[in-house]
Design a protein around this ligand. Structure first.
Ligand code: CU
Length: 108
């Protein structure tokens, strides 16, 4: 699975985010994953071209770090970061600060 970090538009509304610099193909979807209570909400099944937006709603700083280090989002409380899925595959990720926080993404 390959990734590209996406720059988010600060004016985006209500968690529906359209990255200004990288317009998505019409079929691509944006999925919001929340970091809350020291957990990631589940990542839904993904397709290549989709964008996953991670929103840190927790009181703690968290990261979304690939187990193979292919990506890393470092998110202060209230911050968000996004990845565009560039190829099919599976990735597991964790938080550098709270190793019990773990998640998985699968893209087809
Ligand atoms: Cu954490």
């Amino acid at each position: 699975m390959r990734w590209r970090r996406v720059t988010l538009c600060a004016a985006s509304v209500a968690g529906v985010l359209l990255p200004a610099a990288y317009p998505a193909p019409a079929a691509a979807a944006t999925h919001v994953v929340t970091l809350e209570n020291l957990k990631y909400t589940p990542v839904p099944p993904l397709k290549v071209g989709d964008v996953v937006v991670f929103v840190n709603n927790d009181l703690f700083r968290h990261t979304v770090t690939a187990s193979n280090n292919s990506f890393n989002l470092d998110l202060m409380p209230g911050a968000r970061g996004a990845l565009r899925i560039n190829s099919a595959g599976q990735a597991t990720f964790y938080c550098k600060y709270h190793p019990g926080m773990r998640g998985t993404m699968v893209a087809k």
